[in-house]
Design a protein around this ligand. Sequence first.
Ligand code: NAD
Length: 365
Amino acid sequence: MSFKIALLPGDGIGPEVIAAAVDVLKLAGEKFNVEFELKEYPVGGISYDKHGTPLTDEVLQACYDSDAVLLGAVGGIKWDSLQRDMKPEAALLKLRKSLGLFINIRPAKVYNALLNSSSLKADVLKGTDLLILRELTGDVYFGEPRGIDDEKGFNTMIYTKKEVERIARYAFEVASKRKKKLHSVDKANVLETSQFWRKLVINISKDYPNVSLEHMYVDNAAMQLVRDPRQFDVILTQNMFGDILSDISGMITGSLGMLPSASLGNNYALYEPVHGSAPDIAGENKANPLATISSVGLMFIHSFQMNKAAELIEEAISRTLSAGYRTKDIAQPDNVIVSTTKMKDLVIENFNIIYDEQALGVFTL
Ligand code: NAD
């Protein structure tokens, strides 16, 4: 088996976390007999400096020609004053749109070793393992008309039937393979868009009688996520609500540096850590590479059906953290603080150990 992956390291800490994740990717390829053809391309500020645009047609074509895209992060103060289309972040929007990525998946899982890194209480968090499925192409971010003048600012919140149905169906498929529990989050008490959303979700639910569906208003969902996150398994929600709820759920894991994400469409997939380019620590070998390494795990699950390899990555991360090793962003006073490359080496070491334990039957996933 062979897969083509476009690597887009980007700016700031992007190249550092991508380099770490690529080492893990290569190791998993060797162990599971999968060949990865990896090619690196510039995106974001680095692309602007070289080519005068944050995303060239050649790079976009390379993404079309690949089985998956792995992105680091883009952006930095140097490019902040550029006009909107030329900013590094514009590359992300163009990539998502061009590749037709309409589902954003953000898992929020708590590693026991990090229970005390969150601002939430450990006994509230313990055992949390939830997935937020955020619609990515519709809603108030893209609706027309929109505008601003001296008297008003306005946007249009709109969803089409096609947009709601395709993500709702996807959410029921995912829920049926997990705990068979789906929360659809909306604001149907106030917004017509949400009433439309809810009606279509209910219609689709008839095809999935084994999945229990619960509707929740977004304000309540925000409160419930903090009060008792364990009540959730899969959360399906509109673009803007997902934007906010996924950041709240981010705090469950304790750090931005821990959060992976996948953006999927019918034909393409892009994987990236949730964090940005962290210019404050770029080039210092301090960045936490675990979100990007976990994003490789999501790639294995959603693009390559390599679920076992993904589980091995998660277990390797878990053991590394349990042994007390941390990058600075997630460190507690009694931890051993390690660099980006050392953290990656430790994950690789544990990956190898778990792989061997598995072969000997000492450990089962
Ligand atoms: P950021 O996520 O880059 O950083 C926020 C804070 O978290 C910083 O203190 C940073 O050091 C820390 N941090 C983030 N990731 C970390 C990691 N892996 N390890 C350790 N610490 C980490 O957000 P920001 O500072 O608001 O934005 C910086 C730049 O990144 C901006 O140009 C912004 O537009 C861009 N950005 C890009 C993306 C993306 O590429 N997807 C997302 C968000 C922000």
